[in-house]
Design a protein around this ligand. Structure first.
Ligand code: ADP
Length: 424
């Protein structure tokens, strides 16, 4: 029997998923548990219970004795406050929350570099300053740090990806002085490690969940980066397009790109940078225009060999961030042909144009030239759309190893960064 070698744990917005991989990166099992069945999604104790349940299910399927690396990804921007003894103080501050203190936001606005991802109304740094005022708080952690810390039996470590929007300098792996100036004592923040770095062996709580004593917890990453890594993309120029409610492109680059005006910033992964941008177009526009029930029939009628020439820019309302940055950017969905099949194809062609322009924009801003695209999300199964996109983008489209972020987390620990040809 092939032995388990790596465990990856994903803390998502609705639950926990965990993957077990063998030493070559093959997926042996994936299991999960939802928060809703256990309690509030902002209660760290609920996350831990969901993890315990998930590991229980995995253990019933296969032995975990061979697990050597344990790596956790979490929702980017979700924070936990703990006291001296490591106990949680209050609810988590969730990724979508807004910062309560306008004065703190104004200070960050003054102090942070112009392209800093720590800016904005939802700034995790501003929320961390709020949380640090709770009585007894001795440390602020990201969701993944807290889970990884409990598995190790010691808190105080984070990774450069989770720390990015909290104000970390990902190149120096340090908290810049201006973070303190914004109101957060540097001693409250965890030490920053490169994603995938071995941190130390698992502790007693992990052993109680069935993890072997020899397993080492590795520095984790965000759910977004883990989803990218899950696909198997691992070379400079490899990209992943997510066709979900919105259209998101991510490109592995040798060069860092930060452009706040476009909502673009760079995560460090395995000696490279993961550069991404999100358009407001995507599946939510398709649902609004056509309805979920009609997508399958319309998809079957696509004629990628017959372009409509409609040149739409499909948006639900004015405003776009990437690949054009303009809060008043108008949707373009006219003229509307009588035939809905032609209309649907025109909308997908417009989205393919936005995707192609997005990759071109990243390259224009200095990122490595695109060499391949993998696709994830609800739109990935649409073969006609894939054909339209491939014709427009003009690089090879490759299959994904997995769409499960937990698989990406496991690969990160297993390969210590990018797999770079080491995978099966
Ligand atoms: P998210 O997690 O962002 O909500 P998913 O990855 O689950 O999104 O994908 C859901 C989206 O997939 C929906 O918005 C829907 O429009 C889109 N979708 C579903 N089927 C098709 C199809 N046949 N062609 C194009 N898009 C589709």
């Amino acid at each position: 029997m092939v032995e388990a070698a790596a465990l990856g744990i994903d803390l998502g917005t609705s639950g926990v998923r965990a993957a077990v991989l063998d030493a070559r990166g093959n997926v042996l099992a994936v299991e999960g548990a939802r928060f809703a069945a256990l309690g509030a999604a902002d209660a760290p104790a609920v996350w831990w219970q969901a993890l315990a349940d998930t590991l229980g299910t995995l253990r019933a399927r296969l032995p975990l004795d061979g697990v050597r690396s344990v790596t956790v990804d979490g929702t980017s921007g979700t924070l936990v406050a703990i006291d001296q003894a490591g106990s949680v103080i209050g609810p988590a501050s969730m990724y979508h929350a807004r910062a309560a203190d306008a004065a703190v936001l104004a200070r960050i606005d003054d102090l942070a570099p112009p392209d800093s991802p720590a800016r904005g109304a939802g700034s995790p740094l501003a929320r961390a300053v709020d949380m640090a005022r709770r009585p007894g708080v001795r440390a602020i952690l990201h969701q993944a740090d807290w889970i990884a810390g409990r598995l190790r039996g010691r808190f105080g470590a984070t990774d450069a990806n989770n720390a990015l929007k909290t104000g970390a300098d990902p190149d120096a792996l340090a908290w810049p002085d201006w973070v303190g100036g914004a109101g957060l004592a540097p001693g409250l923040l965890p030490a920053i490690h490169l994603p995938g770095t071995p941190l130390g062996p698992v502790g007693a709580e992990a052993a109680a969940l069935g993890l072997p004593p020899g397993a080492v917890v590795h520095a984790g990453t965000t759910d977004g980066c883990a989803s990218f890594l899950a696909t198997g993309a691992d070379r400079a120029g490899d990209a992943v397009t997510a066709l979900g409610s919105t259209l998101v492109v991510k490109l592995l680059s040798d060069v860092k790109v930060d452009a706040a005006a476009y909502g673009i910033y760079s995560h460090r992964i395995g000696g490279r940078y993961l550069v991404g941008g999100a358009s407001n177009t995507g599946g939510a526009v398709l649902l609004a225009l056509f309805g979920a029930d009609r997508l399958a029939a319309l998809t079957a009628a696509l004629r990628p060999d017959r372009p409509t020439g409609l040149e739409y820019y499909p948006l639900l309302r004015p405003g776009e961030r990437f690949p054009v940055s303009d809060p008043a950017f108008p949707p373009r969905l006219e003229p509307r042909p009588a035939d809905d099949g032609v209309f649907f194809q025109g909308v997908l062609e417009g989205m393919a144009m936005i995707e192609a322009t997005g990759y071109a924009r990243l390259e224009q801003l200095g990122a490595t030239t695109l060499r391949s695209v993998r696709t994830v999300g609800g739109g990935a199964a649409n073969a006609g759309w894939t054909a339209l996109r491939q014709a427009r983008i003009g690089v090879p489209f490759l299959p994904s190893v997995s769409e499960d972020a937990c698989v990406g987390a496991a690969r990160l620990g297993l390969f210590g960064g990018l797999s770079e040809g080491k995978a099966a």
